[in-house]
Write a protein that binds this ligand. Sequence first.
Ligand code: SF4
Length: 242
Amino acid sequence: MFSSVQGEGPLIGYRQIFLRLFGCNIRCDYCDTPDSLENLAPCRIESPPGSRQFACRPNPVPAGELLDILSEMNRQTRHHSLSVTGGEPLLQADFLKSFLPFVRAEKLLIYLETNGLLPDRLAHIIDLIDIVGMDIKIASSAGIPEDTADIHRRFLEISAARRVFVKIVVAGPTTEYEIRSAADLIAGVSAAIPLVLQPLTPFGRARDTASPEQLLRLQSAALERLEDVRVIPQMHKTMNVL
Ligand code: SF4
C-alpha cells in the first residue's frame, strides 16, 4: 500500500492511495508489475505517504489493520480515492466485499483497475465501486491469444452501472482491425464509454512501441464508433513516481 499520483487514464494527476493486491489470472507480455503476480511475503506499507520508505508486515495483513493504515495515510495527506489494483484485484473479491464498506467511511472514492475478465466477481462487489477502469487486452500487444470479447462485453454491461472507461495498451503490432473490433464491443454497450489508447511503455519482453502516425490512425478508427477516444501515455513513468 502506498500513496502516489495516478499516472494512467482519465484520472491522471489525482492523489490516490494504491492497494496493490497480489496474483493475476493472465500473463501479459508488457506487465510492469511482475512482483504482484506472486504471493510475495511480506506486505510493504509506505510510511509516511509519498516517501518511498516502506515498512514490512507479515502477509496476510488483517483487514482492520489495513484500514488503520489507510486512515492514517489519509489523515496525513488528503487523497482523492483508493486505487484497488494488482495484479488482478478481483481475484480477492471476497476480501474486497468485506473491506471496501469501511473505506467508504473514509470518504474516499473507490477506483477499480482490472483486466475485465472476471465478470462474476465484479458483480459481487459492483455496488462498492465508484469508478471502473477496464483493460481490453489486444492479442498483438499483450500476447493473450484467446478471444475474450464475450467476457469483456459482460464485464462492461455490469460496469455500466458505475462510471467506467476502457483502456487499451497500443504497441507497434496493434492493427486497425483490433482497435475497430474493440470499439465495436464498447459501442455495443454504450458509445459514450470513454476509451483510452495508452502507448506501450517498453518493459520486459514488450519493446515494440507504436509510432505517432499509428497512434493517430488508431484513434481515428476508434472515433468512428465511439464519442470519447483519447491517447494518454503512462505519466507516472515520466514523473518518476510510483
Ligand atoms: S493483467 Fe495487469 S497485472 Fe495481470 S499480467 Fe497483465 S498487466 Fe500484469
